[in-house]
Design a protein around this ligand. Structure first.
Ligand code: SF4
Length: 196
């Protein structure tokens, strides 16, 4: 005997559920298989969304298995990390679109330097950038470090150099940055992107 199903009931049940009910087969295993296939051959890397101070945990799925003969990598999927106590697997629209940012041709992956007074950017190596930063930090500190404040108290203050941290700093990175920048170099202006 034919089963009578109203149009309203059919729509409410949803296409997959209704099909299973009406025609006697279950689409759920096939749907689960489709979801599995997308990340079947990927390597999972846990990271932190870089956009804001919430610092949600993400899992980045990359094609390949990190073998030595695999060159390059393609990020095929980014999802919220269910083990992160911060977001428990959820992401806002910006974080959910992270894959497009990672794969974007406009993403900056090399050092660009604009000399003082110049109107153009020059491409430089990472070695050049690190050496130049270290040289300028040392020279500036040697030239401008204040050993005493106005009352003659020792202060070892360096206010001519500023540092901007990023919102994904965890406690350990923040502690290390303070030790190196404040204690070792004496740098006072130290701000984080999370407060901007
Ligand atoms: S997913 Fe959204 S809320 Fe979470 S860190 Fe990224 S931008 Fe912030």
């Amino acid at each position: 005997m034919a089963t009578t199903v109203t149009r309203r009931a059919f729509l409410r049940a949803g296409a997959a559920g209704a099909a299973a009910t009406l025609f006697g087969f279950d689409l759920r295993p096939a749907q689960a298989q489709v979801r599995t296939l997308k990340i079947e051959r990927t390597t999972e890397t846990r990271s932190i969304c870089p956009y804001c101070s919430v610092s949600c945990g993400v899992i980045i799925h990359t094609l390949g298995d990190r073998s030595r003969n695999v060159t390059g990598s393609t990020v095929v999927h980014v999802e919220g990390d269910p083990d992160s106590p911060i977001n428990r697997g959820t992401l806002c629209p910006k974080g959910a679109a992270l894959r497009h940012n990672i794969n974007s041709e406009k993403r900056l992956t090399r050092v660009l330097y604009r000399a003082p007074g110049s109107d153009r950017w020059e491409e430089k190596s990472w070695e050049w950038a690190l050496d130049t930063i270290a040289r300028r930090l040392k020279d500036t500190r040697d030239r401008t470090l204040r050993l005493q404040d106005a009352q003659g108290n020792p202060c070892n203050c360096l206010t001519s150099v500023g540092v901007l941290g990023f919102s994904a700093h965890d406690n350990e990175a923040g502690w290390l940055a303070n030790k190196v920048l404040r204690t070792a170099f004496g740098i006072i202006p130290f701000e984080t992107q999370a407060r901007i």
